[in-house]
Design a protein around this ligand. Structure first.
Ligand code: AMP
Length: 283
């Protein structure tokens, strides 16, 4: 496995691989790898000649009061996991090499990026789309893999790729969960045992809402209220949002149908957890 920390070298290698007729699969991450990331790696490994994993804690997608500095990092552990999973190249650029002092260009996806996490994390998705666009230009992938854990991020990236005619196939893969249902996240390491237990309320709320919807309750406001009541039972829970949205537009729906997704963001102490599920799907 090669480790490449230079932007120009990564791009040169990618262009050489393409010229040699090789297909490139790409998994962008912020590192501190877990089984959710590795599910993307595994799919990418199976679908291309060369598999590139990037590890970059992208400063521009964190707000001024967010957890950029404390975000968990352990490159040596990540390298071992990546190697064991069959990654060919790990791309680990520095922030300085990604963003020159003169940089003046931002990729902004209107509408889709403004609801949900976009409302509570201003500028977040501009940071995400700009860095993913740059990474695509550097790594030159044929296919790129993203998790449905970040449902809105996946929608925003698909919109960007379509709108800007990027020659990349975006593959979205299901949420990988812990045995007790908690969605895997690098940020779960912030949680004390007590807060982690409280965090399971997200899973519980999704299950309650799904069961009610499958039993015939299709009014979104009623279902959201049900989820809210469940989350509010937890002492430290502070709800950022609970919404039921159409999967294509990410606008709120009045009535639940096959396209309805419940999306939640809840703070437990300093840790913000997100989760989502198609309302009618069992979790
Ligand atoms: P991150 O390192 O958190 O930026 O995540 C990198 C990629 O892994 C993103 O496409 C995430 O959606 C995906 N991912 C993170 N957690 C999970 C999970 N539990 N299941 C599936 N994919 C995930």
């Amino acid at each position: 496995m090669e480790i490449i920390d230079c932007v120009d070298e990564m791009q040169r290698r990618a262009l050489e691989l393409r010229a040699a007729g090789k297909s490139i699969a790409f998994v962008p991450t912020m590192g501190y790898l877990h089984r959710g990331h590795l599910s993307l790696v595994e799919r990418g490994r199976a679908e291309a000649d060369v598999l590139v994993l990037s590890i970059f804690v992208n400063p521009t997608q964190f707000g001024p009061n967010e957890d950029f500095d404390s975000y968990p990092r352990d490159l040596q552990r990540d390298f071992a996991l990546a190697q064991a999973a069959g990654v060919d190249m790990v791309f680990t650029p520095t922030a300085d090499s990604m963003y020159s002092a003169e940089a003046a260009t931002t990729v902004h996806v209107a509408r889709l990026s403004e609801n949900l996490c976009g409302a509570s994390r201003p500028g977040h998705f501009d940071g995400v789309t700009t860095v993913v666009c740059k990474l695509f230009n550097i790594v030159q992938p044929h296919k790129a893999y993203f998790g449905m854990k970040d449902f809105q991020q996946l929608s925003v990236i698909r919109r960007m790729v379509a709108d800007l005619n990027m020659p990349v196939e975006v593959v979205g893969l299901p949420i990988v969960r812990e045995d007790d249902g908690l969605a895997m996240s690098s940020r779960n390491t912030y949680l004390s045992a007590e807060l982690r237990q409280q965090g399971l309320a997200l899973v519980d709320a999704i299950r309650l809402v799904g069961a009610a919807a499958r039993a015939g309750e299709r009014d979104a406001a009623t279902l959201v209220a049900m989820a809210r009541r469940r989350i509010e039972q937890e002492a430290d829970a502070e709800i950022d949002y609970i919404q039921i949205c159409n999967d294509a537009t990410l606008s709120d729906v009045d009535t639940v149908d096959e396209q309805a997704v419940i999306l939640l963001a809840v703070r437990f102490g300093a840790t913000r957890l997100i989760d989502n599920n198609y309302v009618l799907n069992e979790l």
